[in-house]
Ligand binder design. Structure first.
Ligand code: ACO
Length: 332
C-alpha cells in the first residue's frame, strides 16, 4: 500500500510591511487595540503587480528544491486560495504549473478559506493512497490585500499576503506516513465571513455598482466564538481517534488568525508554550497560506526535525475546519 509522506516545506513573504502604526493612519484604530485583541503587530503586503501565483511560485520552488524530488516527477498541483489570480478561470494552480514548467500535470484550485491548506493536504493524501498520483505539490497562496476593504477597521487590521508550499509523495514506509486528517464544514454559518458580491447571484450588479461587496466582510465576534469551540473540538477528536496524547505533539501549528484564539485552544489541550507555533504577530492572517508559512518558519529556525509530529488545525470562511496529524518526513 502507498502512504503519503510530507517531504518538504517552502514559503515566500512579500517585502513590504504594513504595521499597526501605518493602519492607525488609515482607519480609526491603534497599535494597542490591535495588539491586545489579535496579537498582530505587522503583516506583509504584495506589490501592485505581484500576483498570488507569483508568490505561490516562489514558495513552490523552495519546497521542490528542498524535497530532493525533481520537478519532472511532480504529477499534480493543488492550490488553496480565496484570492486567485483570476475570478473564475484559469485556476491559480494552472498558472503556477505553467510558470514552473511542470508540464501537463493535473492542476486545480480549491476554496476552503483559512482551512484550505488542510483540505489540499487531505486531497493529496487521498490521491497518493489510491495510487493515482506519486508526487503532489500543494500550495497555499493569498494576496488578501486585493480583497480587503481598507476602510473597514474590523477586517483590514487582520489580513496579510504570502504563500507556502509543500511536496507530498508516496512512500511504502508507514512510519513516514501522514497519520490522519479530519475536515468538515457548516454552510449555515456562511454569512459570518464572506465576499457577498461578484458571484453568480450578483455578477452583473457588481460590475454596475461599487465594488465594496467584492471585499471580505466578517462578523468578527461571532466568528471568534465558533472558532474557539470548533478548533478545540477538532483537535481533541483527531487526537482521541488516533490514541495520541497532546504531549506527543512536537509542533502544534494552528491557523494564525488571532493570538487569543490560539491561546484558548492551546490551554484547552494543555499544550506547553514551546509546542505552539506562533507567527501571527509578524504575518497577520494569511488564510490558506498561514499554516505552511508557519511550518516554514519552524523549518528555517532549525527546529523541525525528521520524524517530529506536527498537529495542524485550521478554521475559516464557509465555515470550514480541519486538523491533521503529520510527521515531518524529508527524503534527505
Ligand atoms: N480598532 C479599534 N476598535 C475596533 C477595531 C479596531 N481595528 N475593530 C473593531 N473595533 C471595535 C468595535 O467597533 C467594537 O466597538 P463597540 O464595542 O463600541 O461596538 C469593539 O471594538 C469590540 O468589537 P468586537 O468585534 O467585539 O472585537 P473582538 O474582540 O471580537 O475582536 C476580531 C475583533 C479581532 C476581528 C476578533 O473577533 C476575531 O479575531 N475574530 C475571528 C477571526 C477569525 O478567526 N476568522 C476566521 C478565519 S479568517 C478567513 O477564513 C479568511
Amino acid at each position: 500500500m502507498a502512504y503519503a509522506a510530507f517531504r518538504s516545506i517552502g514559503a515566500y513573504v512579500p517585502e513590504k510591511i504594513l504595521t499597526n502604526e501605518d493602519l492607525s493612519k488609515m482607519v480609526d484604530t491603534t497599535d494597542e487595540w490591535i495588539t491586545k485583541r489579535t496579537g498582530i503587530k505587522e503583516r506583509h503586503i504584495a506589490s501592485k503587480d505581484e500576483t498570488t501565483s507569483d508568490m505561490g511560485v516562489k514558495a513552490a520552488q523552495q519546497a521542490i528544491e528542498r524535497s530532493g524530488i525533481d520537478k519532472s516527477e511532480i504529477d499534480m498541483i493543488i492550490c488553496a486560495t480565496i484570492s486567485p489570480d483570476y475570478f473564475c478561470m484559469p485556476s491559480t494552480a494552472t498558472v503556477i504549473a505553467n510558470k514552473l514548467s511542470l508540464g501537463y500535470v493535473t492542476a486545480f484550485d480549491i476554496s476552503a478559506a483559512c482551512t484550505g491548506f488542510v483540505y489540499i493536504l487531505s486531497i493529496a493524501k487521498a490521491f497518493i493512497e489510491s495510487g493515482m498520483k506519486k508526487n503532489i505539490l500543494i500550495v497555499g497562496a493569498e494576496k488578501l490585500s486585493a480583497i480587503t476593504d481598507y476602510t473597514d477597521r474590523g477586517t483590514c487590521i487582520l489580513f496579510g499576503d504570502g504563500a507556502g508550499a509543500a511536496v507530498i509523495s508516496a512512500t511504502e514506509n508507514k512510519e513516514e506516513a501522514i497519520i490522519d486528517i479530519h475536515t468538515g464544514s457548516d454552510g449555515a454559518y456562511a454569512d459570518l465571513l464572506m465576499t457577498p458580491n461578484g458571484g453568480s447571484g450578483s455578477a452583473h450588479d457588481a460590475l454596475e455598482q461599487e465594488s465594496a461587496g467584492c471585499f471580505m466582510q466578517m462578523k468578527g465576534n461571532e466568528t471568534f466564538k465558533v472558532a474557539v469551540r470548533t478548533l478545540t473540538k477538532d483537535v481533541v477528536e483527531i487526537l482521541e481517534a488516533n490514541n495520541i496524547e497532546s504531549s506527543q505533539i512536537t509542533h502544534f501549528v494552528p491557523h494564525q488568525a488571532n493570538l487569543r484564539i490560539i491561546k484558548a485552544v492551546g490551554e484547552a489541550l494543555k499544550l506547553d508554550e514551546k509546542q505552539v507555533v506562533l507567527t501571527v504577530e509578524k504575518y497577520g492572517n494569511t488564510s490558506g497560506a498561514s499554516i505552511p508559512m508557519a511550518i516554514n518558519d519552524v523549518y528555517e529556525s532549525g527546529s523541525l526535525k525528521a520524524g517530529e509530529l506536527m498537529l495542524l488545525d485550521a478554521f475559516g470562511g464557509g465555515l470550514t475546519w480541519g486538523s491533521a496529524l503529520v510527521p515531518f518526513s524529508p527524503l534527505k
